[in-house]
Design a protein around this ligand. Structure first.
Ligand SMILES: C[S@@+](CC[C@H](N)C(=O)[O-])C[C@H]1O[C@@H](n2cnc3c(N)ncnc32)[C@H](O)[C@@H]1O
Length: 231
């Protein structure tokens, strides 16, 4: 019997004031990925076909670094890993964490508001895109005095909580490699109107499957796996 490789959690230092400390949502993603990779497939996609992976809104870099750690354990999983964030501090923090995990400074970083500053050549290139977005409605943040402008990028998903995610999905289809199997993974929360959000996702032509769910304090968080339907 072939032993199942152990993929460690990345070592993460988060001393940067405005950078999101990895939380239940980050680990919902990582734990799901750990359970759904083997030497041939990543959650149903043949791993030899996966060329480019993007961790958008990387924060401390935890998910991008985790993908680098998978590469150490599964040698035929060898995509380029890209990571981006709107915050300069997040990119600085993620680069330091990359170094702490001895993954050879291979991650390609961009500071970008969603895909705005991505180079043209990356269009139609990603097999996997992960986005753990800010997903709380602005109004709930103002009431809770979370209204620090910079920190809000970690939490504030827009007036209804899902505007950033919808904006992301409108553009993500241009960056997916639709000629091959592909998946988008993103987190949503019961603190937004999920019925409306799921309707919008459907109208954008994505098939959406909820693959994990976790109850934390006053909310449920969901891990969504999306595929763009070309016809
Ligand atoms: C909930 S945190 C997730 C951080 C990290 N991926 C994790 O799972 O721990 C959301 C991240 O998205 C980033 N972000 C928010 N709006 C963004 C945008 N428009 N473009 C790119 N990144 C954005 C934030 O700065 C923050 O790092």
């Amino acid at each position: 019997m072939i032993p199942i490789p152990f993929i460690p959690d990345p070592i993460i230092n988060c001393d940067y004031k405005n950078v999101y400390t990895p939380s239940d949502d980050s680990f919902l993603l990582i734990d799901y990925f750990k359970r759904n990779i083997d030497e041939n497939n990543f959650d149903g996609i043949p791993i030899s076909e996966i060329e480019n992976v993007l961790d958008l809104g990387t924060g401390t870099g935890i998910i991008a670094i985790f993908f680098q750690l998978i590469k150490v354990q599964y040698l035929n999983f060898n995509p380029k890993i890209y990571a981006s964030d709107i915050l300069k501090e997040a990119i600085e923090c993620a680069k330091i964490n990359e170094g702490a995990n001895n993954v050879n400074k291979e991650i390609i970083f961009f500071q970008s508001d969603l895909f705005l500053s991505f180079p043209e050549r990356l269009k139609h290139s990603f097999n996997i895109i992960v986005f753990n977005p800010p997903y709380l409605p602005s109004s709930q943040l103002i009431n809770k005095n979370y209204n620090n402008k910079i920190m809000d990028y970690s939490w504030d998903g827009g007036l209804k909580g899902y505007e950033t995610l919808i904006n992301f999905l409108e553009n993500a289809k241009l960056f997916l490699n639709l000629k091959k199997d592909h998946s988008i993974y993103c987190i949503t929360s019961s603190r937004t109107d999920l019925l409306k959000l799921n309707k919008k996702i459907k109208n954008l032509n994505y098939e959406n499957e909820i693959v994990e769910k976790q109850h934390i304090f006053f909310e449920d968080i969901f891990l969504n796996k999306l595929q763009y339907k070309t016809h």
